[in-house]
Write a protein that binds this ligand. Sequence first.
Ligand code: ITT
Length: 222
Amino acid sequence: MSATVWFLTSNAGKLEEAQHHFQQLGIEVKGLDLPDTVVVEPQADDLETVARSKIAQAMNHLPQKDAMVMVEDAGLFVDALDGFPGVYSSHAFSTIGNHGILRLLSHLIDDDPVRIKNLRSASFQAVAALWDGEKVLIGKGVCKGAIATEIQGEAGFGFDPIFIPSDLDESGEPLSPGTLGTVSTHGQTFGVVGPYTKHQFSHRRRALEDLLSQLPLPDGNE
Ligand code: ITT
């Protein structure tokens, strides 16, 4: 099996996180940035439909004949906004941005630290699709948390500066708001704690792990 995965993405932050994750497994991830006119993102209600459409299109543009190609679609789903921006995250980020999401939630405030996290609960979700040369594999990951009341930090990308992940228990499962876990950002956003801490919580890592659990490992990693 080839140990290179071509990641079709226009987002440098996503590429970096995927490279970091696969590197630990001896798999090289290279960016594949095809023009929007070559691979078109469909309008769909769910991330998996988008990811399946993009991988089907990407398979017609393999950089090498036996290449493995991956796409990954992610979004921020805010419970109080019925899941918005969700599949529209890219557009929402480039139009209303983090300030716009904060404005939409500005009425949801409370002095109680647990109640406010429940009011502003949200999740990052990711669906990764990989063509392994024979078939399409799908991996999914979720990261639960809440939207901060203000922008915090400059690390990461996209909605990272407004997203506070829920603490995790010792097996990596998210805990309910207000419960202190063994892994915690102590109420800080991904924009403050940075990519290495984000990795422990990340929807992207979980989606990639789900994918990798379906792949035979390259030589030396059995
Ligand atoms: P692709 O070319 O890979 O599609 P994209 O930037 O459009 O790149 P997505 O559709 O997967 O990526 O994600 C939509 C937006 O959601 C993205 O532009 C970010 O603003 C945001 N987003 C996705 N994953 C994120 C993460 O881990 N942290 C913060 N924001 C994220």
